[in-house]
Design a protein around this ligand. Structure first.
Ligand code: GLY
Length: 357
């Protein structure tokens, strides 16, 4: 088992990564109370696959744990489900010493994390990510929250988990589309931060596509190490944490304009990274050869590189309303080289539209 530490003073926590490590979960729960009731939050699909096993492991070790199972999917990451979750927390008797276990992908992690952040002004929570996207990105760093009808993640809190356990053996049951959506975020880490990791993704494409265990452990470990380094320096995204948004401003526009139905989040981010690379090349930040390498890697993994027939005006309009912008300026993360990126402002609409044709 590999362990990576997120260094945030009193809020520091470990990320444990390995194969079939869930069985050792109780040994990691040092500060979790076995007297207070805990709540395992999951979605229907994940719970049907892993819920009973995790409950058995916890109960077998003497923990009092109940389960709350949500339907699943981005459409249930809302205030109605959150309200239902608070109700379950009360019915099950969670108190201020209780812990919430989030067993699932990004939706479960964000929702359960925000419920934990706000219930009785905050109870403990632990992330048990079951999707690649959650293992490499959303379970680490403490972003929690729900969507509002007017936009994604508009209500939330930075609230760090007590620990993250990423068991890569759980990734074998992931649908191919879900695995690919995670791979887009994996590629993102190579582009923004780590040339050698980008090369690893190029060299080991076949084994990664077939979910070779050693490769899975390496990619989850490397992505978590990069994220831990970034979050440890900038927990609240006032600086370098924004680099993790490479491809996301374009991507959010593609997702929103297609009603969140045509592209998964990772697919939209993949196309967004292609646009960002093209834009960086056009303004002389990135070489043409590197822009091609980024596009080719995304394409070779079977991720989309083209958004179809959306209008360039509508995309730019949508990018303007991204909540990460300040004072009406579109702020974009652009690659300066493979393994290096920066936040850029002052990019004109025309420069953006030039990569959308
Ligand atoms: N997913 C980007 C972040 O956690 O900052």
């Amino acid at each position: 088992m590999k362990t990576i530490q997120v260094d945030l003073g009193e809020k520091s926590y470990p990320i444990h990564i390995g194969e079939e490590i869930m069985i050792h979960f109780p040994d990691m729960l040092g500060r979790v109370s076995s007297r207070s009731v805990s709540l395992l939050v999951s979605d229907e699909l994940v719970f049907s696959l892993y819920g009973p096993t995790v409950l058995d492991i916890l109960r077998g070790a003497g923990y009092r744990v109940e389960a709350a199972v949500i339907k699943g999917g981005e459409s249930c990451k809302n205030l109605t489900t959150l309200d239902w979750l608070y109700e379950q927390m009360i019915i099950c008797g969670l108190d201020r010493s209780s812990t919430v276990f989030a067993l699932g992908g990004g939706v479960v992690g964000d929702l359960a994390g925000f419920a934990a952040a706000s219930y009785m002004r905050g109870v403990g929570y632990i992330q048990l990510p079951t999707s690649l996207l959650a293992q490499v990105d959303s379970s680490v760093g403490g972003k929690t929250g729900v969507n509002l009808p007017r936009g994604k993640n508009l209500v939330g809190a930075f609230y760090q988990p007590g620990l993250v356990l990423a068991d890569v053996s759980l990734l074998h049951t992931l649908a191919e589309k879900e695995y690919l959506t995670g791979l887009a975020e994996v590629i993102k880490y190579g582009v923004i931060w780590d040339t050698a990791f980008f090369e690893y993704l190029e060299t080991n494409l076949a084994s990664i596509k077939t979910r070779d265990t050693e490769c899975l452990i390496h990619i989850v470990e490397r992505c978590c190490a990069i994220k831990a380094e970034i979050v440890s320096q900038d927990e609240k995204e006032t600086g370098i944490r924004a680099l993790l948004n490479l491809g996301h401003t374009f991507g959010h526009a593609f997702e929103a304009l297609t009603g969140y139905e045509q592209f998964t989040h990772g697919e939209a981010v993949a196309i967004g990274m292609v646009c960002a690379a093209r834009l960086a090349k056009n303004i002389g930040m990135l070489t043409a050869a590197e822009a091609i390498r980024i596009t080719e890697l995304i394409n070779n993994y079977g991720l989309p590189v083209d958004y179809g027939n959306l209008s360039a005006d509508a995309i730019v309009e949508r990018m303007r309303s991204d909540k990460k912008n300040t004072a009406g300026q579109i702020s974009l993360v652009l690659p300066a080289a493979i393994g290096q990126s920066q936040v850029c402002t002052g990019i004109s609409d025309e420069q953006i539209k030039a990569v959308l044709k």
